[in-house]
Ligand binder design. Structure first.
Ligand code: CA
Length: 229
């Protein structure tokens, strides 16, 4: 399910947007304060951002700039002021679209659906032969087996790389320890399945910003692991 962050200080508008988006099957988080929105939006992955411009704390322009630096997810700006719209158009700040207040909720939902569909095609259905895979701040070059996080190269062992790549190439699917072991370790060798969580931990230490709260490799309790996109 796509998760959307709405940053809007007018409660009635925020709730209206939330209601309509939830009816369309989206998961919605509302933040009313710009500073709080900035912390949340950088700490957690969202599939789309809907940003009001005039906010207490950091404004929508700055939020847009910072979210864009950290994510390729679509950003929709919301404003009532014509000069804001000109600024969004002119500045190249990375917004994908804008909508002017007042707007109809169904118009908003239509835009959100269109942007998310495009974004899903971009990340979810990456062509299998693509050499470089980018998911948020993670980048993997399949030709050279190199991995970067926030532009900084991370050194993975061959097995750690295989494990990461396998999960990335099968996004959002949950794999048990047994399945991963079968898939990635030599079947002829009598191995210890406990090596799987050990390798997961090592990969997390290398690719997660906070390995204790992984944004990429998620533990699905009692089932296994999945790579979240
Ligand atoms: Ca506002």
């Amino acid at each position: 399910m796509s998760r959307i962050l709405i940053v809007e200080d007018e409660e009635a508008i925020a709730e209206l947007e939330k209601d309509y988006l939830e009816l369309s099957g989206f998961e919605v988080v509302i933040e009313k304060d710009g500073n709080a929105a900035l912390s949340l939006g950088l700490a957690e992955p969202f599939d789309m951002y809907i940003l009001d411009i005039m906010l207490p704390g950091v404004d929508g322009f700055e939020l847009c700039r910072q979210f864009r630096e950290n994510s390729n997810a679509p950003i929709l700006m919301v404003s009532a002021r014509k000069e804001d719209i000109d600024k969004i158009r002119g500045l190249g700040m990375g917004a994908d679209d804008y909508i002017t207040k007042p707007f109809s909720p169904s118009e908003l939902v239509a835009r959100v659906k269109a942007h998310l569909a495009r974004y899903d095609r971009l990340i979810g259905a990456m062509p299998p032969k693509e050499d470089v895979i980018s998911v948020r701040n993670l980048r993997i070059d399949r030709t050279t087996h190199r991995v970067w996080v926030n532009g900084e190269e991370r050194m993975l062992t061959a097995k750690e790389y295989d494990l990461l790549l396998f999960l990335v190439e099968n996004p959002n699917q949950v794999f048990s320890k047994e399945e991963l072991f079968r898939e990635l370790w030599d079947e002829d060798i009598i191995g210890d399945i406990a090596t799987v969580p050990v390798h997961i931990k090592k990969v997390r230490e290398k690719v997660e910003v906070d390995p204790a709260r992984p944004q990429f490799i998620e533990t699905v309790w009692g089932v296994g692991y999945r790579f979240k996109v």
